[in-house]
Structure formats: structure tokens, C-alpha cells
Design a protein. Sequence first.
Length: 595
Amino acid sequence: MRIRYLPETLINQIAAGEVIERPAAAVKELAENAVDAGASEIAIDIRQGGKSLIVIADNGSGMNETELAASVDRHATSKLPSDDLLDIKHLGFRGEALASIAAVSRLEIATRQQDGESWSIAVEGGRKHPIKAAGHPSGTQITVRDLFYATPARLKFLKSDRAEYMAVRDIIQRLAMAFPAIGFRLNHDGVKSLHYPAFQSLEDRLSAVMGRDFGQNAFPVSFEREGVILSGLASLPTYHKATAQHQYLFVNGRPVRDKLLTGAVRGAYADVLHRGVHPALALFVTLPAQEVDVNVHPAKAEVRFEKPDLIRGMIVSALKHGIHAQGFRPSNTTSGAALQKFTISPHGLAPANTSFWAAPQSASPQSYGNLAEAAQNIYEPLAPLVARTYEAPAPQADTQQYPLGAAMAHLHENYIIAQTQSGLVIVDQHAAHERLVYERFKAQMAASGGVEKQGLLTPDIITMDEADCAALLDHGDIFASAGLEIESFGIDALAVRSIPALLSGRANISKLLGELAADIRDNNHAGGLEEKLNALLSTMACHGSIRSGRKLNPDEMNALLRQMEETPLSGQCNHGRPTYIALSLQDIEKLFHRR
Ligand code: ADP
Ligand code: MG
């Protein structure tokens, strides 16, 4: 065995594998360099997902002749003047990106400082050509041809052009969110892909990147604890996405990916979103440089926090707080989507449909007698409120003052139509009531550490699958604190000793237990105790709420509306579906071309 020192080009190729794993990584390094150079405009052109060509031009500081020659050498950087790895003020600091890219491609740099001369250099597969005079305007343009031609093994592992392009696009979007003052352009195969003008406000930039809808359906996040500042925008629970890809984290201005974010976000929204949908958000963490290590990974995409629990806790608290502060506001996309459904048929509306919106009295032809009777009729949890709000029949004009207005009609045994001062509201009674019951459960838990239960004189014996029985009994303690006391009764049956008082006379307990067993099986109740309990309460609430199909009288409907106004988070059901949509008169007038 003979130990030998590897030649420089080979060392660079090996190192390049870590820093530059795909075209998007090269684009990231080059665009970060442009940001570090103080550019206000960065233009990127790529071909074939960046595999055959990457051109990136900036109007930043540029380099002089000596700097240019040094820039492509390994570990040459202008960004670590003090040898202190904790004092990092730029995106770059390792001084290896240009050397790495140059080692595996055909690289060309043309540059000029504001009042200097213009120079260019070419490096092919790590071999440096002499510096030449050039005719470049001030700033820098870097051209990367045939990335990985020098390392065919790597080339083989690249994905399709489209996939590589999407990765590039994602990189630029993240950088664009972190630097709203910088203008970014991206073209792919000559086609315009992204264009963000310079000097946008952070909010405008986030809307530009994440969509106008996001901007309109997000709440601001702002939180500070122990010298750490958290800010940004997060979506309302009713505005959500099928993947967690639309969640962005920035640490001290640097776009990073961190598992900590995903977990914290899931925890914060657990109460208002079911699994399988995800909020969209962009969060910015600012903290003293000594409390975060950005030098964990050659691509600098990951960070290590000195106090990860503090950061995670802050994200959860800030988001929960923000969600609650939104009260019963659902996203405006729901009413927008509703409006689009009202397409006007060229033949005019059928008469049956017009009566839909007929005068209010047609909706309540019969009188409901006195309120005591109404209160008797009403679904139990609503009763106290009916008594409180409706001691005397409220005149309609008054009721209309409420944000959710006065109930006018009950349609298809599930939809309440209410008239508000500025338009109308359509409520999904099942979704709305589910949230109300859920919040009641939580209030009971908070007040007394348990859900109010109702003992059963004779236990309900429910037969079910042996595995389901065992799974449910495993969670017996949590169920008990939620008012649902179960005991083993032979191997394939359970005895139910008590049920939550709110479910009494409403829920089909056997069905509920079946669903809870399925939840456990699908691991839907994973997570900490509180998460488990909330998931359980949510499932119970669904079973305890007024089903669609149940007729409501006007007092019941109005009581439901008033309760929604008072209940936190009532803009969405426990699964993140909206509980109501609001249409303004303006919108309606538009539909009729009155505007
Ligand atoms: P790092 O960014 O970690 O310093 P790089 O290999 O990416 O390492 O770049 C090496 C050096 O080249 C930088 O420190 C900087 O001085 C110079 N440089 C690279 N790109 C540019 C650019 N677009 N404009 C001006 N200078 C640049
Ligand atoms: Mg760099």
C-alpha cells in the first residue's frame, strides 16, 4: 500500500460532489455570490434544467484582476476577514463554490468593478486559463457550461430537465423571499419563468412568490423571546396546501431547510387542520450569530440552533396565537371560489333557483311559538345561549348588526342563509357546530382538567374487533379524561361506563369507538398527550354535532350564528374546512351585472 497525495483537480472534484450536487446547487452558490456582491438585479438563464448552461449576471461590486484570479481557487474568500466562523455576515464564507463548480464544468467569469477595467477568466474541468481583458459592463457574469461533464458518474444521477429546473426555481424563490430589495429574473430554455422587480416590500415579495391568494389569506407573525425575533406571514387554516412545500424558513436572512419547522408547524395547526393538508408560511428567525451554526453542511442549507427547543416553542406559540387572534375569519378564497360557481346560464336562471333567494318570510312560514318551546327543541349545547340571547324575540334589524347576521332560511337541511348588513352569509351547520362542540370540550378541559361526563346506569356493551378493543383500551386513560370511560368486556367487546355529557343522546357511541380505533390504527393520534387528546376531542365533536339533515328553526339558527361569533376559530371546522362563506352585496350585484 502506498499513500499518495491526490492531485488538486481530483481533490476539487471530490469536494465538488458535496457542495454542488445538482444544477440547483450551482445556481444557489452563484446567486448567493451575487447577493453578497451587493447586486440589486440578478438575472439567471438556464438551459435543460441547468445541465447544459447556467448564465448568471449581476450588477454587484465586480472583481479586479487579482481577485478574479483568486476567486476560482479553493478556500479563497473575501468574506471571512477575521477568521471567526461565528461572525458570518455573508451568505458565502467557505470559499469553495467557484472552485467546485470550475472543477466539474466549463466555467467563464467576466467582471468589472465600477471604475475599473474589465477582465475575464475561463476554467475547464479545473484547469485555469490565463486572465484576459474583456468588455464587460460593471458587475459580474458567470457562465457554466456542461456541468458535471468532468464527473460522468454524477451526471447519470441527475433528474429530468424539468425536475432540475423546478429545483432551480425553488432556490431562486427562496432567495427572492429573503431579499425583497433585489430584483430576480429566471429564464428556462429561453422562456420567462420568474420575474420579481427590485425594491418590493416583504409582503409584496411574499405575495409575488407564494401567490396573491396567500398574501390575502395570511396573518402576520411577530414574536420575541430571549433575544430571538420571529416574524413573517402564515396562512389561515382554511387556506391550505396539499404538501408542506410551501413552508419557508429563514434564519438571519438565510433561506434554510430545517425539520424543526415542519414539526413545529404541524403542532401549531394540529387543532385546525387535519393530517394531509398543510398551511403555507414564510417565517424569519433573527437571533445572535453565536446562537446558530450555519456551517453544518457544505451547501449551507441546514443550520444548527444552540437552543432548538426555544425556537420550536416560539414558532408553535406565535402561530397558535396568530391563528386564535384571527377569531372566526375564514379565508377569502372560499367566498371567491363560491362566486365563481355562480356562473350565469345563458338561458337565464330556472325559476326553481330564483326562489332560493326569495323574500325572508317564505323561509319561515310557520310560527315557532314561544322561545321556551324553541329552547326545548334545540340541540342541547345551544340551549343556554338561546336563553341568554333571546329572552325576547330580537327584532331583525338588530340581529343584522351581528357579523354573521340574521338567519333567514334553512336550505337543504344543512345550510343557514343569513342576511348581514353588507351582504349575506351561508353557514354549513354541521361544520360550524362541530367546531363549537370541540371548543366547548376544550373549555371544559381547561376549566376542570376533564370533559364533563355522563355516567351510564347500565354500561353499554359494544362488540368489536379484538385488535380494535385492545387498541382502544391502550388509550383508556386519555379517553377517560375526555369523559369516555371504557372497560374490557371479554376479548371482543367493551363496556362503556360513561360518555361525554355533550354527546349524550346525540352520538352513536359504537360508531364513534369504531372511528377512534381506526384513528389509532392510522396513527392519527400520534404526538404528545395534548395533541392526542385534541385529536380525540375533535373526533368526538364531529360525532356530537348536529348532522346535516337536521331541520333547524330560526331561533336555533340565530343561536348557532351568535355562538359562532363568540367562539374562537369558528371560521373553520376541525378539519380546516370553512364553516361559512360571506358574499357582499357588491359581489352579488356584480353577478347580476348591476356594477
Ligand atoms: P465564498 O462565496 O464562500 O467566498 P466562492 O467560491 O463562492 O466563495 O467565491 C469566492 C470569492 O469570489 C468570493 O469571496 C468573492 O470575493 C468572489 N466572488 C464570487 N462571485 C462574485 C460575484 N458575483 N461578484 C463579485 N465577487 C464575487
Ligand atoms: Mg459563494
